[in-house]
Design a protein around this ligand. Structure first.
Ligand SMILES: Nc1nc2c(ncn2[C@@H]2O[C@H](COP(=O)(O)OP(=O)(O)O)[C@@H](O)[C@H]2O)c(=O)[nH]1
Ligand SMILES: [Mg+2]
Length: 446
């Protein structure tokens, strides 16, 4: 997309599926003219809702509410108009035709937010927060997105950048000071400043492990020998029968995925085929292969044990689960059956899918095991891999700067690179192609 386009664009900001009303958003210099043409009305007080009629020639298309936003006091910073009509298919299609006939162009995905960014209404990080807050499906993801949208995360980056820019200025002035008029930099102080910033970048980067889980959901694989009750556990956690449960071993052949909300978090559950070695059935063997894949891509593995099942086979699966390096929660099932609870040694928790015993505790344990229970209400989290990488990169450059404290030129170069990687994220320096890539992931109308 042409990011510096100054033409007028329009798109429905509301979902295309049915609803009572639909909101058409218009942005660009022609917004007011188009609004006047559509409504046959001359006066629009900025930021006031006006009850209007939309005209299709001499006929009325719909009764609508129109708001004119005079730039820069608008979402995009340009003149904008928002027209709320009844969400009828015909009305929406015809309204678009009328707007396009007036010389307005269809907006591309993310184009409104991109204009907002280009006009300085928000920085690049906040612009991405818009996409996150729309995508957020649970409280924790919403909170993380809000921190980005409201600029709290940007502020952290800007604080780090400010300290570095100040230090860089001190270094550069001494590089230019060929007559040695300036007092030399105090190495201890420079060291401390760099160390302080390194700590900041590292502590922010370390929130990514939690931030990723908050934003994307916690991938949870349930593994164990056939018949240990994996499918039963999936169903019990979900509260309805998603997977087929049967006393015949080898019933689950493919992996079965389902999403579940636990408190403020989202769990992406995968029920797998029971892993065993003497499998001769082709489909089941494929299923076992997929179980292994699910295990390796999971954030946490629930190893579901049955104390009456073959111990050697169970140990082999547990060993494989542990070898992934992922968190493994050892869960003993079927506590309702005679004499099972006594064999719980080495397990983290005992449950019964039949009676529901231990199920609530298991949910809590999952959140605890991956470290999300320690999250504070006001924690600011890194949820994007790009932000994480940039912080890591900045940290690396700063460590290198620390090692070259006596060589001003080299130190300055490393600090400059660190500043650059932070500036890119806030959008202070961003090549056009990166912008296009970021905003094309938005929906049209955003
Ligand atoms: N008594 C009892 N039976 C269970 C429990 N969990 C599962 N089962 C039974 O164990 C058998 C195998 O269950 P399933 O969920 O299909 O096991 P999977 O092969 O690991 O997926 C079924 O007959 C279930 O009804 C439990 O907690 N208690
Ligand atoms: Mg099963």
């Amino acid at each position: 997309m042409d990011i510096f386009a100054k033409d007028t664009i329009a798109a429905f900001a509301t979902a295309s599926s049915s609803g009572a009303v639909a909101l058409l958003r218009i942005s660009g210099p022609e917004s007011l003219t188009v609004l006047k043409t559509l409504t046959n009305r001359q006066n629009f007080k900025p930021r006031y809702a006006h009850l209007v009629k939309i005209y299709d020639g001499v006929n009325i298309l719909d009764n609508a509410v129109a708001v004119f936003y005079e730039g820069p006091k608008s979402y995009t910073g340009q003149d904008c108009a928002e027209i709320t009509v009844h969400a009828g298919e015909y009305i929406k299609a015809r309204l678009l035709e009328l707007v396009f006939a007036a010389g307005v162009r269809q907006a591309q995905a993310g184009e409104f937010t991109m204009r907002a960014y280009l006009n300085g209404k928000m920085d690049l990080m906040q612009a991405q927060g818009v996409a996150d807050i729309i995508a957020a499906k649970n409280k924790s993801a919403h909170k993380a997105a809000l921190n980005i949208l409201d600029g709290r995360l940007s502020q952290k980056f800007k604080n780090i950048r400010a300290v570095l820019t100040e230090l860089l200025a001190k270094v550069e002035v001494r590089i230019d000071d060929t007559d040695d008029e300036m007092p030399p930099l105090e190495p201890k102080e420079t060291f401390c400043t760099l160390d302080g910033v390194i700590n900041l970048t590292e502590s922010l980067a370390s929130t990514f492990s939690a931030g990723r889980l908050v934003k994307d959901g916690i991938k949870t694989a349930i593994v164990g020998v056939p018949n240990s009750g994996k499918s039963s556990l999936l169903n019990t956690l979900l509260g309805f029968d998603r997977a087929i449960v049967s006393p015949v071993s080898g019933t689950t052949r493919d992996t079965v995925d389902a999403a579940l909300k636990i408190g403020d978090f989202a769990l992406l559950l995968t029920d797998t085929a029971g892993i065993h070695t003497n499998c001769t059935d082709f489909a089941e063997a494929q299923g076992i292969e997929r179980s292994r894949k699910a295990m390796f891509s999971a954030d946490i593995i629930i190893f579901l044990g049955d104390s009456q099942a073959d111990q050697a086979a169970q140990e082999a699966i547990l060993k494989e689960a542990l070898s992934t390096g992922k968190k493994v929660l050892k869960v003993l099932n079927k506590s309702d059956l005679q004499g099972r609870k006594g064999n719980a040694e080495g397990y983290d928790i005992v449950i019964s899918c039949k009676t529901g015993e231990g199920i609530e505790e298991l949910k809590t344990k999952i959140i605890q095991a991956i470290g999300l229970s320690a999250l504070q209400e006001d924690d600011i989290l890194i949820t994007s891999a790009a932000h994480y990488e940039a912080l890591k990169q900045a940290g690396k450059e700063l460590s290198a700067a620390k090692e070259h404290i006596s060589d001003l030129e080299l130190m300055a170069e490393h600090i400059r690179r660190a500043v650059l990687s932070l500036k890119r994220l806030i959008g202070e320096i961003t090549p056009d192609d990166i912008l296009g890539e970021i905003f094309s992931k938005f929906c049209v109308g955003k």
